[in-house]
Design a protein around this ligand. Structure first.
Ligand code: NAD
Length: 374
């Protein structure tokens, strides 16, 4: 199998980000030392309710003491603009100098939105596999539009300065969120591999990320307290986020943003429905680029052509998603058939969709994909 797929002889161009990454079981204990080293003195924590109930907010409070000046503990999914305004005011009133996002992609997205607008550093402590902690991007949902629309903001200053990965914080991530955010991480790897702006680093990270995610995902779904498997998948999620950080995404991510922002489907769930279909849609243009992922996920090549290997990869991912009982059709997550043309129109305008390696020239291509997914 040929693994040299990034065409390095054609040249490449990417931005990497200065971030400090701490990864270890129990790494949360290193937060206070790192905060002292950076010299942050007035910090705000953005998080979600579940982090209160499982005691992680208290762990941060006792580790940071008076340096933690306030906690916003009810971040909603998909970073709503009205909540961003609230947290913005809270940060300004408290004269904050750094903001922590702890939880899934939503609290981390909130910390990014507020930190970026107020020009202070962002610290990310991820407890799902969504990968936002590694990227210079956040999405914000404009709630005054009908339907609401999620817009992404991209700037190198958005990349968190410090990221703490502690697999122990993921031991109580429920099976459905384990599955859906794990599939989200796998999707980063897939779209990084065939990205129009792929580079040697993104390809290496995405290939190894896919290997670790695939090796540990089902075990974590079935046995959430398995620290070894939790550590392996979090490593995979880190690599997935790293690959995502330096490349542009395509059809899959664009459609998931539309389904999240305009149909309010949880991000990971949208990923499970769309990923196998996006792989098939793109296969004619991108199959050779996905061969490393197929190999990393033990899909046999057997001398068959790359398009058929990638069909087997899409089928395998679809089966894995089914084994973890995630919804596999849009009709199962509240989308009605009559919504499809409008969603396809919104998706056609989406910048990320338009950045797909296989050109999308007609909204009907997207309508057909959504109908297939319905
Ligand atoms: P999320 O942050 O919305 O969290 C989903 C749920 O998981 C919440 O109810 C939360 O309380 C719960 N949760 C999180 N960790 C938990 C734990 N350890 N134990 C128990 N419950 C826990 O979901 P997500 O899928 O992590 O993130 C999705 C959001 O992140 C979307 O808005 C997506 O667009 C964004 N995202 C952004 C990027 C980026 O690069 N900017 C990358 C990936 C995802």
């Amino acid at each position: 199998m040929t693994l040299l797929v990034t065409d390095p002889m054609d040249g490449f161009h990417y931005t990497s980000f200065a971030q400090e990454i701490i990864f270890a079981p129990g790494a949360l204990a290193q937060l206070s030392e790192a905060v002292g080293r950076f010299g942050w003195r007035r910090m705000l924590l953005c998080t979600s309710h579940s982090m209160q109930s499982n005691g992680y907010v208290n762990s941060i409070k006792s580790s940071l003491g008076g340096v933690l000046v306030d906690v916003f503990d009810h971040v909603q999914p998909h970073v709503q603009d009205v909540q961003v305004k609230e947290v913005f005011t809270l940060a300004a009133e408290n004269n904050v100098d750094a903001v922590i996002g702890m939880g899934g992609g939503s609290p981390i997205g909130m910390a990014k939105a507020v930190g970026f607008q107020l020009h202070f550093p962002i610290i990310a402590i991820p407890t799902t596999y969504a990968g936002s902690e590694m990227t210079p991007v956040y999405g914000i949902t404009h709630t005054d539009e009908n339907p609401p629309r999620k817009v992404t903001v991209n700037d190198p200053k958005i990349a968190p300065t410090l990221v703490i990965y502690d697999p122990q914080l993921t031991l109580d991530l429920p099976p459905e969120l384990t599955a859906s955010t794990g599939v989200n991480a796998l999707a980063h790897c897939i779209e990084a591999l065939y990205s129009k702006t792929r580079n040697p680093l993104s390809t290496a990270a995405a290939t190894d990320g896919a290997r670790h995610i695939h090796s540990a995902l089902l075990t974590c779904y079935q046995d959430g307290k398995n620290l070894d498997a939790r550590t392996e998948i979090l490593l995979g999620a880190h690599l997935a986020g790293l690959s995502l950080a330096s490349v542009s995404m395509g059809l899959h991510h664009g459609l998931c943003h539309v389904l999240g922002g305009s149909a309010n489907i949880p991000h990971g769930i949208a990923n499970g429905i769309i990923l196998p279909r996006a792989i098939r849609f793109n296969a004619e243009a991108t199959a050779p680029q996905l061969l490393p992922a197929a190999e990393a996920m033990n899909i046999p090549e057997n001398g068959i052509n790359s398009k058929r290997v990638i069909e087997a990869l899409a089928h395998h991912i679809h089966e894995l998603i089914g084994q973890m009982n995630l919804p596999q059709r849009l009709r199962d997550v509240g989308v009605s058939e009559s919504d499809i043309p409008r969603l396809a129109q919104i998706a056609f305008q989406n910048r990320t969709v338009q950045n797909n390696p296989k050109p999308i020239t007609d909204p009907m291509q997207l309508e057909q994909l959504f109908r297939d997914a319905w």
